[in-house]
Design a protein around this ligand. Structure first.
Ligand code: FAD
Length: 654
């Protein structure tokens, strides 16, 4: 006779917090099929299933129940907010960064993660098969140990009949994640339990389809690698549909171990994550940015698989996906770029690949675009519907993503010297002064309009465009500007970004700071020139630096003809360049970031052979980058830069 004891499979979720395109949930659902407790779901006719990924094999333990557990890892997310009694000490060290001591997860991402976990909990509950997500906090090894020990104790005491059948989790290659995995592996071995670490099934292009035999064959340059994979449209494997049934949660569920308590609402979860951040004055700035009136966040989304798919549908049916190539360098509004990064980023990821995985997968985005290109599904009113790959969808497939493992950044030989926040970088700098400068940088009070707008935006919303990030990273790390240790900037971004991803963040910072795999060295962004190019009417700067909103940027040149006043524009880009009369009028006389900017960039726009400036970009001699040559003749301004012997970059990567 079959053993009637419930046999529970423990599934430790990491950054695979979604129901669809999730190989483990799919396999657990397939396990139901093999144990014939329910009828096989009928999937849409075009949906192929990744048979080779999840057909139960001999490694699969037999189980009757599934216990999905999502853990807020205590080394990355501050756990003390889950302790209701403020006199009890948290058993874990504070989750702070190594160089500058920031919290590793700031308020925007903490909220997004809580929302995402809660969304999955509700999605599982809505299946109506008794499945549910358990949320825990701690070191993953400790949480697994506690769960297993609790079942052993309960069984020994005759209070439960549940046996643990095995543990499943997905592989991750970050250093910390590998240590967690090693802990779980050891614990499973000590208890003679089956552990299955699932191979990564979630990349845009599956490992098995890469044209490489060995990681050593990987080109150093991203573009070379990407070209080796063209055409991208034919590459990804089908994604996996969401299961319609799962094994139920076990009858007995271990509680969260003392001293932590898990709130039983989404709001409670958000509060617990935010409490330590609110209570710690250390990261308070003297002048923290305030949300400007009438400015809207470019990233108004909540976390989770549900919102991710809503956003994807909206991008396709609203046409933004098709216009992506033309708009992706924008900075104002929700639709100039996809804003999918935060949904994708809830996974740590290491190797070079195209996109990240979390609440939604790159494959899912790809297949939604394929449907659109082939005239299936939503988007009928968009002109490109059914007409194959267009510039926009091709552009999304090609987003660059050259990354490097977090563990490597400290091992890189220092090719440059930077100012340090804890000790001098050996440049005659003092840490106190560097901290002061860095504090003004974070507050958006450097005096450089584009940088200040970007830093205020990211502080207030957790998001800023790729264009802005490139400028900010260059401004902080480059010796022509602030020359501060780029790792401090990367840690700040780790804290503040809603879409922080280890690989994308550290990889991009390395790249911009000139310590990455970049065939061209010595890139410096001139944020004034960049503002001219990408914010020619000052809309972005005015949105986030409201002190400058009343600055009129036009002048009359003839009856009823207005022209951009380049002197005023230069004043918007660097307020120290405003005349005293204008400063008085705007109430900016004596204001630190106006009168004493951290950097003065000598940059002028002088009339060339042509005349006037249109509402488009102003271009200068020697201009490189977007639309190279295409606008020649339309705008005739000459731009003089006096940044010394440095190369000015317009574009990073592609
Ligand atoms: C200094 C710096 C730090 C960054 N930190 C992060 C980070 O922590 N997390 C993160 O996801 N992105 C990071 N980026 C990359 C990029 O800025 C964001 O991915 C992008 O702005 C997110 O907006 P989006 O989803 O609308 O992008 P889209 O332009 O719509 O691009 C689509 C997707 O492609 C990927 N992508 C786009 N650009 C890049 C890029 N340059 N590098 C890597 N992936 C890219 C993202 O997954 C993005 O969602 C960083 C860039 C810089 C310069």
């Amino acid at each position: 006779m079959a053993d009637a004891s419930p046999r529970v499979l423990l599934y430790i979720l990491r950054r695979d917090v979604r129901l669809s395109d999730n190989p483990i949930f799919h396999a657990a659902s397939a396990n139901l099929l093999t144990t014939n407790t329910y009828t096989k779901p009928v999937y849409g006719s075009d949906t192929q299933i990744r048979n080779d990924a999840f057909i139960p094999d001999q490694d699969f333990p037999s189980f009757t129940h599934l216990l999905p557990v999502y853990i807020f890892p205590a080394n990355q997310v501050e756990a003390s907010g889950f302790i209701p009694d403020s006199t009890t000490k948290c058993p874990y060290p504070q989750a702070q960064s190594r160089v500058a001591g920031f919290w590793r997860t700031g308020p925007h991402r903490a909220k997004f993660m809580a929302e995402g976990a809660w969304d999955l909990k509700e999605r599982l509950q809505r299946l109506g098969c008794g499945s549910d997500l358990q949320i825990r906090v701690g070191k993953p090894g400790d949480v697994v140990e506690d769960i297993l020990q609790w079942y052993t104790d309960e069984k020994n005491a005759g209070r439960s009949t549940v046996d643990v059948a095995g543990i499943w989790l997905t592989a991750e290659e970050g250093k910390e994640e590998q240590e967690d995995e090693a802990d779980v592996r050891r614990i499973a071995a000590e208890r003679d339990l089956t552990l299955k670490v699932w191979a990564d099934e979630k990349y845009y292009i599956d490992d098995r389809d890469l044209p490489l035999h060995d990681i050593a064959d990987l080109p150093n340059v991203y573009t070379t690698y990407r070209k080796s994979l063209e055409p991208l449209r034919s590459r990804p494997r089908p994604s996996i549909p969401a299961p319609e049934q799962l094994p139920p949660s076990p009858p007995d569920i271990p509680p969260q171990k003392h001293p932590f308590e898990i709130p039983n609402s989404r709001e409670g979860l958000v509060d617990a994550l935010l409490r330590p951040l609110k209570e710690d004055p250390k990261h308070d700035l003297q002048f923290p940015p305030q949300f400007p009136p009438d400015t809207e966040s470019s990233h108004p989304f909540s976390g989770g698989e549900t919102t991710a798919h809503d956003r994807l549908a909206q991008l396709i049916s609203g046409g933004a996906m098709s216009t992506y190539k033309a708009t992706r360098n924008g900075m104002v509004g929700v639709d100039y770029s996809t804003k999918l990064s935060a949904f994708l980023a809830q996974v740590k990821r290491l190797r070079i690949d195209f996109m990240l995985v979390g609440y939604i997968t790159a494959r899912q985005i790809h297949w939604a675009m394929m449907d659109f290109e082939e005239g299936k599904g939503p988007g009928e009113i968009v002109s490109d519907y059914g007409k194959g790959e267009n510039d926009g969808t091709a552009g999304v497939r090609r987003r660059p993503n050259d990354v490097e493992p977090e563990s490597h950044y400290e091992q890189r030989p220092p090719r440059k010297r930077w100012k340090g926040v804890n000790e001098s970088g050996g440049l005659g700098d003092t840490p106190e002064r560097t901290r002061e400068v860095f504090s003004r940088f974070r507050s958006g009070r450097t005096g450089i309009g584009l940088i200040d707008a970007a830093n205020r935006e990211v502080f207030l919303t957790g998001y800023t465009s790729n264009r802005a990030r490139q400028n900010v990273a260059s401004f902080l790390s480059n010796s022509s500007h602030l020359g501060i240790d780029w790792r401090v900037g990367a840690e700040w971004y780790e804290y503040i970004l809603v879409d922080y991803d280890m690989a994308s963040n550290w990889g991009n910072w390395q790249y911009v700071a000139g310590v990455g795999n970049d065939p061209r060295q010595g890139r410096v962004f001139n944020p004034v020139k960049q503002a001219l190019d990408y914010d020619p009417q000052g809309k972005y700067i005015k949105a986030w630096v409201p002190e400058l909103r009343q600055l009129s940027l036009t002048k009359s040149v003839a009856m009823s003809r207005q022209e951009i006043d380049e002197q005023k524009l230069m004043g918007l880009y660097q307020a120290w360049r405003l005349g005293d009369w204008e400063k008085d009028r705007l109430g900016l006389r004596g204001v630190e970031w106006v009168e004493w900017p951290l950097v003065k960039i000598q940059f002028s726009v002088s009339r060339g052979r042509g005349k006037g400036v249109s509402d488009g970009r102003i271009r200068g001699r020697g201009w490189r980058g977007r639309g190279r040559g295409g606008d020649r003749g339309k705008k005739r301004f000459e731009i003089e830069e006096k940044l010394g012997n440095v190369r000015i970059a317009d574009e990073i990567g592609e």
